[in-house]
Design a protein around this ligand. Structure first.
Ligand code: TXA
Ligand code: MG
Length: 339
């Protein structure tokens, strides 16, 4: 299959593919999604196949308006309405109890809830409206690889397997949406993301941690969080904030193979790097670092000579909570240690 690239002025062509039951990748403010008609079971099955995604991992339903959510979900409570008012359109995915038999088990992974998201990206809102159906949309990467922040990343992973990619350039946040469970008595963040815990708590008060929440009976964790994720072929290690970079450099010197460094400009510019170093700048701060982390991991993954990737750690608050969550998964919790 030839994968077509659609520009934002070719929304109708992209929507026609969706209506035929085909897959079209769409841009969002977080990462690119892999879109299919959420009401077409055969189309949803193609999403799992193209990504190589385990079938018990449910999909986010992307909507253009709150009315569509009300069509599928049980009546929204006051807290949920507050979240929608504060953060939609935007990178907050809300898990809600469903009305019976309104969405296929293929979408929900057999759960009685579904994840809803109203992305803040005009071409994709236009696509959902033109198709006239909500779109399922997992991140448009091969399962296990870093999420795509450019149309080129999607093309790399999925060309030949999907009908098209709606290309609207780079995404803004670079880490995925925050997933909050509003289907239980106490709200809980199941996946930290682009909307921070602090921002959410300012609107609805204290929310549970995923671990504490999942400990309670009958409450599933975001099933996707149990799988390996964001993993390039090279060995990824986190360089903690307290780590001295000159020690890192001594270690690189002792290596015979290429080492990839993901770090901010101040780190890159204030050190002398050995010849066997490949540098990728994460920009100036946590905002740019979140935006660039997946792109950096992907860039290094294209070079089979790079056997180790050392990535700069940040404090895990604000956007740093999402950044460190993704980096920890990518590194399998491994931290650089001078030996
Ligand atoms: O930013 C994003 O959220 C991107 C863009 C494309 O919208 N999408 C995305 O989708 O990251 P995905 O499928 O890669 O991640 C969705 C996460 C998974 O961890 C999944 O297990 C969880 O949400 N999830 C979906 N439905 C759920 C449900 N009913 N209950 C609990 N977790 C759910
Ligand atoms: Mg994903």
């Amino acid at each position: 299959m030839e994968t077509k690239i659609f520009t934002p002025d070719q929304i109708d062509q992209a929507a026609a593919e969706i209506n035929k039951g085909n897959l079209v990748s769409f841009p969002t403010e977080t990462v690119y999604g892999l879109g299919a008609d959420a009401t077409n079971v055969a189309a949803v099955e193609k999403v799992y196949k193209a990504k190589g995604r385990p079938s018990d991992n449910p999909l986010i339903v992307h909507v253009a308006d709150v009315e569509t959510v009300e069509k599928y979900a049980m009546p929204l409570d006051e807290q949920t309405k507050k979240l929608i008012k504060a953060f939609w359109p935007g990178p907050l995915t809300i898990i809600l109890k469903l009305q019976p038999n309104v969405l296929s088990k293929k979408v929900t992974g057999g759960l009685e809830t579904a994840a809803f998201r109203n992305p803040d990206k005009q071409p994709t809102i236009d696509l959902i409206k033109a198709a006239g159906v909500p779109l399922v949309g997992p991140s448009a990467n091969t399962s296990g690889k870093p999420s795509p922040t450019l149309a080129e990343h999607v093309y790399h992973d999925l060309h030949g397997k999907i009908a098209g990619i709606l290309d609207a350039g780079a995404t803004e946040f670079g880490v995925e949406s925050t997933v909050i469970d509003m289907s239980t008595d106490t709200p809980a963040i199941l996946r930290p993301g682009a909307v921070t815990r602090e921002q959410i708590e300012a609107v609805i008060g204290t929310v549970d941690d995923s671990e504490k929440h999942v400990g309670k009976k009958d409450i599933p964790k975001a099933p996707g969080m149990k799988y390996t994720h964001y993993s390039p072929s090279a060995d990824v290690q986190i360089v903690d904030e307290k780590q001295e970079w000159p020690q890192v450099i001594d270690w690189i010197k002792s290596q015979k193979t290429l080492v990839g460094i993901l770090a901010t400009d101040d780190v890159i510019n204030s050190n002398n790097w050995p010849k066997n170093t490949e540098l990728f700048s994460l920009g100036s701060d946590i905002n740019s670092a979140s935006h660039l982390l997946f792109a950096g991991l992907r860039k290094f993954d294209l070079n089979p000579e790079i056997k180790t990737i050392l990535a700069q750690g940040f404090t895990a608050d604000g956007l740093g909570e999402a950044y460190m969550n993704r980096l920890n998964k990518s590194a399998g919790q491994k931290h650089f240690e001078q030996v």
